[in-house]
Design a protein around this ligand. Sequence first.
Ligand code: HEC
Ligand code: HEC
Length: 321
Amino acid sequence: MNTRMQQWLANQKVTSRFHPSWILMVVGASLAIGLLMWLLSTAVFRHESPSPAGPALPASAQHLPASEQQPSAAATEPAHPAAEITRAGFSPPDADAIPDTEFGDAVRLGRAIFTDTQTYAKAYVGNGLNCVNCHLDAGRKADSAPLWAAYGLFPMFRDKNQKVNTYEDRLAGCFRFSMNGRAPAYGSKEFVALMSYSYWLASGAPIGAELAGRGYPKLPPPQQAPDPARGKQVFDTQCAICHGADGLGTRVGARYAFPPLWGPHSFNAGAGMTQIKNAAGFIKANMPLGQGNTLSDQQAWDVAKYMTSQPRPADPRLGRL
Ligand code: HEC
Ligand code: HEC
């Protein structure tokens, strides 16, 4: 710096009209504000992302390598609340929030039918099961085909019967196959109640969107062909204590405390649970009860193979052929 410049600067200091450190202060302050805004925006974004404690990730996401599970900025930025719920998972309302209205009464009856089908829809049930046995936590649990994730997708086309199915058609299917019974009449109080309960559980959920946690998780293909002999070992050590050494369930009085996995009082051969991919996904995510996701995928495939190889009531469609 030449002396004239130094002199000028010194002069500025004395007159306190300008000081070179002001430049540093301005630059520093801008940087600090910029940093603060960046930190705030990342904090907000993180808050919007699914938290580990929140509802489950989409079934497909659970099996992606960790690197692919992170939403990649712009691509997954939610466009509107529906997209947000789909990504983060949906939470249904609690049972104590059922309104004290006529509609609320139907919702309560639907919940009762769903959790105690043996009592509230006895005439339509041909086995020892209740809907809740395969749709846990009163049809609320993600990854056990929760009702709130199903409701908004109907009417929908189903491969099983090659037509567009209403929600009542879908309920009818589970009565006929999973419950080995017959469907209540369309528009009956049982169907209205089950629809009301499902509608209410889906309060606030987007219509027509595939929600995270719908259905049973789709496991990646097994590394080794599912093997019933290995499956029996899993069954004997991990399942028999509740479902009985013979798989026929454990009764307390006339009721099953632990439902039968096969035999005359279980789901019939036309039920979705007899498809090994459904059984493996359900078992992996939900069994042993309270210890979901503790079996390896291979163990889930093997025990599903063992379970689906056992005798059970015939597929009612076969009698018609
Ligand atoms: C033996 C197990 C079992 C029982 C008992 C059972 N279900 Fe199901 N349910 C299934 C399976 C398997 C599916 C198909 C899940 C999938 O596709 O991932 C299903 C699907 C459904 C769906 C559609 C879910 C969706 O996301 O599309 C509804 C609704 C349903 N069941 C209602 C009922 C009702 C009501 C009852 C009692 C009357 C019942 N289920 C009893 C096994 C069962
Ligand atoms: C601690 C007891 C317990 C253990 C251990 C257990 N389950 Fe279950 N399981 C249950 C109960 C209870 C239900 C019904 C859940 C409900 O109604 O909320 C159930 C439901 C099921 C169902 C659907 C209903 C049916 O009858 O088909 C299948 C399939 C099943 N379990 C398979 C298994 C397999 C396979 C294992 C071992 C890997 C296993 N469970 C271990 C208690 C258990």
